[in-house]
Design a protein around this ligand. Structure first.
Ligand code: 13P
Length: 253
């Protein structure tokens, strides 16, 4: 019912030379008949090159962030319509690294979510709890707050063209992945939270898991009924790892 998606968040890695090599390898690896969506999220300066390198459109391109404003005097910012203009399809909003290091709060993230949609991009909204929050049994209240902020500002309708990603902060870049059961529990909770507003939309919404997804653990995560693919950091920088993760998602469509 839901088409799986595997997204590669490159974060602040790569160069023209390494990107070119990685994308060429990926294009060679990825099978056209896999019934999944695949996207890569390079740093801003490399987006247009990535779009050109992936001309046939089998692998789509997205940005790691987007400005909450549509345009104007905002030095250093990049707007959704610009990202769309160079061929992006998606924009990640609310990644925990941006919440943490750039102090993005739920309100700003909700505004970015709306800006992405208004500019013709599909937002990939990231939510997730820290280790302290999990240990204090606040996981559900934290991710509910993060999702509710978007619903409060724009209604639930925006999720029709969005992707949700559950990324427990304690699992990002740590090699400590959530167990399939832990991921499933939160994914099911998120789906029911959105389902309380619109059950049909919630049933169609893709919820990706992110946090130390690797070739070795992707299959068991994607086997969970509410895990619709992955948002992959470190392992997306290896064409072979990323290919195996995509292959695992293709099995669970
Ligand atoms: P890692 O896969 O490196 O843990 O990163 C996950 C992530 O933050 C993807 O957005």
């Amino acid at each position: 019912m839901r088409r799986p998606m595997v997204a590669g968040n490159w974060k602040m890695h790569g160069s023209q030379a390494t990107n070119q090599a990685l994308l060429a390898e990926l294009e060679g690896h990825v099978r056209p008949d896999w019934p999944i969506d695949i996207a890569v999220f390079p740093p801003y300066v490399y987006l247009a090159d990535a779009v050109r390198a992936l001309e046939d459109g089998r692998i789509q391109v997205g940005a790691q962030d987007v400005c909450a404003e549509a345009g104007g005097a905002f030095t250093g910012q990049v707007g959704a319509s610009m990202l769309k203009d160079v061929g992006c399809s998606y924009a990640i909003v609310g990644h925990s690294e941006r919440r943490r290091w750039y102090h993005e709060d739920d309100t700003l993230v909700a505004r970015k979510f709306a800006a992405a949609l208004a500019g013709g991009l599909k937002p990939v909204l990231c939510v997730g709890e820290t280790l302290e929050e999990r240990e204090a049994r606040q996981t559900e209240s934290v991710v509910a707050r993060q999702v509710d902020a978007v619903i409060a500002m724009h209604g639930v309708g925006g999720f029709a063209d969005a992707v949700l990603a559950y990324e427990p902060v304690w699992a990002i870049g740590t090699g400590r992945t959530a167990s399939p059961a832990q991921a499933q529990e939160v994914h099911a909770f998120l789906r029911s939270r959105i389902g309380a507003h619109d059950a049909k939309m919630a049933a169609r919404l893709r919820i990706l898991y992110g946090g130390s997804v690797k070739a070795g653990n992707a299959a068991e995560l994607f086997a969970m009924p509410d895990v619709d693919g992955g948002l992959v950091g470190g392992a997306s920088l290896s064409a072979d790892e990323f290919r195996q993760i995509c292959a695992a998602a293709a099995v669970h469509h």
